[in-house]
Design a protein around this ligand. Structure first.
Ligand SMILES: Cc1cc2nc3c(=O)[nH]c(=O)nc-3n(C[C@H](O)[C@H](O)[C@H](O)COP(=O)(O)O)c2cc1C
Length: 366
């Protein structure tokens, strides 16, 4: 069954396993003439790359991307773009003892029950190494977006990690790229680091919340009912490993608001409609309003921890699992660039769909 692809016009298929020779993405539907070089994609892959600081895994994976097709003299040709990333830091011995056991919190048990065969090394296809391929595809989407909506910007950051939560009154866009946690508050970094390092030392891990914002999205992208922009964004974010919840705008908190609090009031501005607030997360009826598109997702705590957890072997006998290997104490940190990539792919897909069906927005206001 073909369950490894997403997108309508900008279609991404990822392939490969954690400990195979390589993994990658086939990107079909990229418009021609988009400037693409390996360096442009590497910039985003380096954001996701492990082994860069003490707050993420110490695995060293260069994640060097090769472009095998679809790009000629530095520009997309409109034909499928094949991206490949070789796996170089595989330590299969770290995983030898999981061939017969199921690690709690991992896909070992469900892959085995369903398929009766699995590449257990590093989680195989369920490994988050797969997200490197998404990030490379997202790099292409970002370049293609520039030609259609040049001011559109996509930025992800963490808003919470266990007991840590950002103080929105101190929100600083400039701080995000300057710290290991991608948080918008330089003053909070030390506290977050102390908290995470204490958890790591006690052989534990923690979850996190990631927010991804797309600014300067033109009004009108998205579609009614089954093609809603929010439907596709939610599916895209939920498909990221370890994501257990997705919200758009006010999200779950909207259930506790009244109508007077929640409906964003509309005013006529100098250049078109303006909104008094953005509880909707920039989307009404599945179609963008022109406000920031805001998506938030919850990432569960890393399941691979050095603390023993009860489980069973393939033969049904009980076992205590201690997962060795080099793991992220909070996978939410490295999920930030992955969320950005998924946002880029979905937004580009909808920009292309909009251009195909409608071209310019038809309804005039003012
Ligand atoms: C960027 C990223 C890195 C991850 N690294 C690890 C890791 O080092 N150890 C681990 O146990 N899980 C890690 N995960 C999560 C697992 O891949 C995921 O929990 C597992 O495949 C089971 O899938 P599910 O949680 O979506 O059900 C990571 C997830 C992401 C997004």
């Amino acid at each position: 069954m073909s369950m490894n692809s997403f997108g309508h016009l900008f279609r991404v298929t990822t392939w490969g396993e954690s400990h195979g020779p390589a993994l990658g993405a086939t990107v079909d539907g990229c418009p021609p003439g988009v400037p693409i070089t390996p360096d442009m994609l590497q910039h985003w892959l380096d954001k996701r790359r492990p082994g860069q600081n003490k707050n993420t895994t110490q695995r060293q994976e260069p994640d060097a991307v090769k472009i095998l097709s679809g790009v000629f003299e530095g520009q997309s040709t409109g034909t499928p773009i094949q991206l490949m990333i070789e796996n170089t830091d595989q330590r299969s011995k770290d995983y030898g003892d999981i061939s017969e056991t199921f690690r709690p919190g991992h896909a070992d048990i469900t892959y085995w029950q369903k398929y009766g065969i699995r590449d257990y090394r590093g989680g195989g296809r369920s490994s988050a190494r797969e997200t490197a391929a998404r990030v490379a595809a997202g790099g292409i989407a970002r370049e293609a977006i520039k030609a259609i909506a040049p001011n559109l910007e996509i930025t992800g950051y963490m808003t919470a990690m266990g007991e840590m939560e950002i103080d929105r009154s101190r929100f600083d866009w400039e701080a995000i790229d300057q710290n290991d946690f991608w948080i918008p508050d330089a003053g909070a970094v030390q506290e977050w680091e102390n908290y995470l390092q204490a958890l790591r030392k006690s052989h534990n891990s923690v979850g996190g919340i990631v927010e991804v914002v797309a600014r300067n999205v033109p009004a009108g992208i998205g579609a009614p009912v089954y093609g809603k922009l929010d439907t596709d964004l939610a599916a895209a974010m939920m498909s990221i490993n370890a994501v257990k919840g997705v919200e758009i705008g006010e999200g779950m908190a909207a259930a506790r608001l009244t109508g007077t609090d929640n409906a964003d009031e509309i005013f006529m501005g100098e250049h078109g409609p303006e909104y008094g607030s953005n509880h909707a997360g920039g989307i009404l009826g599945g179609i963008s309003t022109g406000q920031d598109v805001v998506v938030r997702f919850a990432v569960k705590p890393t399941s691979s921890i050095l603390s023993p957890r009860k489980s069973i072997r393939k033969d049904g006998t009980p076992i205590e699992v201690v997962t060795k290997g080099r793991h992220d104490p909070c996978v939410g940190i490295r999920a930030v660039p992955v969320g950005e990539a998924m946002m880029a792919c979905v937004i580009l897909d909808h920009l292309l769909l909009h251009r195909g069906q409608v071209g310019e927005n038809r309804g005039k206001i003012g």
